[in-house]
Design a protein around this ligand. Structure first.
Ligand SMILES: NC(=O)c1ccc[n+]([C@@H]2O[C@H](COP(=O)([O-])OP(=O)(O)OC[C@H]3O[C@@H](n4cnc5c(N)ncnc54)[C@H](O)[C@@H]3O)[C@@H](O)[C@H]2O)c1
Length: 253
């Protein structure tokens, strides 16, 4: 894959595993410097090492995206080390629900909203002033097809991802004339640890997950990374405020 990038530095949250890891590696393959951020420092370290061992430039930072001071410190570290952040992929997210709406707990609600919504909001809150000061940038937030429609037994998660799209669209409009684009990527079921935690215990569920997608399979992390890189690339210069479904046709049904 070859794309044109005017910028040089990418930051990825939740970069220690799954979609974030694949996207950090994809940015590095394009020659960008990568800030690898995750609450799991060992995982982030391993991804940064993979990039550096392959001849790229990366460093890792431990950041819990629910903590204002940690998000600020992550951006400070990025600026000190690489001077700027051209592309921010706000991807850290969790999914821990198991039942219908009335079976959810307050703790579940606070945890999911904390990471998925407050985390994305805090990241953008600190990234936007930096991008304004440097003259532009691109933000991509990870939503989900659960942010585009109903997700039975995942109502809090679905609400959190609808909120990510709301934050994305509002930020896109507010900063459209300032050289900053803001989009969301909406994966369907992707083969990651999150997917395996949810489906591996019951093979019938895995078959059901594959069948939800007209293409007949779940997605690959590299397929989401490719969409994120497209949204960041110069080829998407006229695309902002968009929630891009990358879903094997699932939302077309
Ligand atoms: N896997 C799917 O099927 C799927 C589908 C749609 C959307 N998504 C979204 O994609 C994103 C990535 O999911 P994934 O499947 O790669 O998950 P994953 O569990 O494989 O990886 C998530 C990463 O985020 C990190 N993380 C968790 N909480 C954090 C926090 N508070 N601060 C910083 N990092 C934190 C974890 O340590 C982990 O490395 C999430 O936002 C998720 O909601 C996933």
């Amino acid at each position: 894959m070859s794309m044109k990038f005017s910028g040089q530095v990418a930051l990825v949250t939740g970069a220690g595993a799954g979609i974030g890891r694949a996207t950090a590696l994809a940015f590095a393959e394009q020659g960008l410097k990568v800030v690898v951020a995750d609450i799991d420092l060992a995982a982030a370290e391993a991804v940064a090492k993979t990039i550096v061992d392959a001849g790229g430039q990366a460093f890792c930072v431990r950041c819990d995206v629910t903590r204002d001071a940690e998000v600020q410190a992550m951006l400070d570290a990025a600026r000190e080390r690489f001077g700027r952040v051209d592309y921010a992929f706000n991807n850290a997210g969790i999914e821990i629900e198991k039942g219908k709406l009335a079976e959810g707990s307050e703790a579940e609600f606070d945890a999911i909203m904390g990471v998925n919504v407050k985390g994305v909001w805090l990241c953008m809150k600190h990234q936007l002033p930096l991008m304004l000061a440097q003259g532009g940038g691109v933000i991509v937030n990870t939503a989900s097809v659960a942010g585009l429609g109903a997700a039975p037994k995942m109502s809090i998660y679905s609400a959190s991802k609808h909120a990510v799209i709301g934050l994305t669209k509002s930020a896109a409009i507010e900063y459209a004339k300032k050289g900053i684009r803001v989009n969301a990527v909406c994966p369907a079921v992707i083969d990651t640890d999150m997917f395996r935690r949810a489906y591996e215990a019951d093979p019938r569920k895995a078959e059901f997950a594959a069948a939800m997608h007209p293409v007949g399979r779940v997605g690959k992390v590299e397929e989401i990374a490719a969409a994120v890189l497209y949204l960041c690339s110069d080829g998407a210069a006229f695309t902002t405020g968009h929630a891009l479904a990358v879903d094997g046709g699932a939302t077309a049904i």
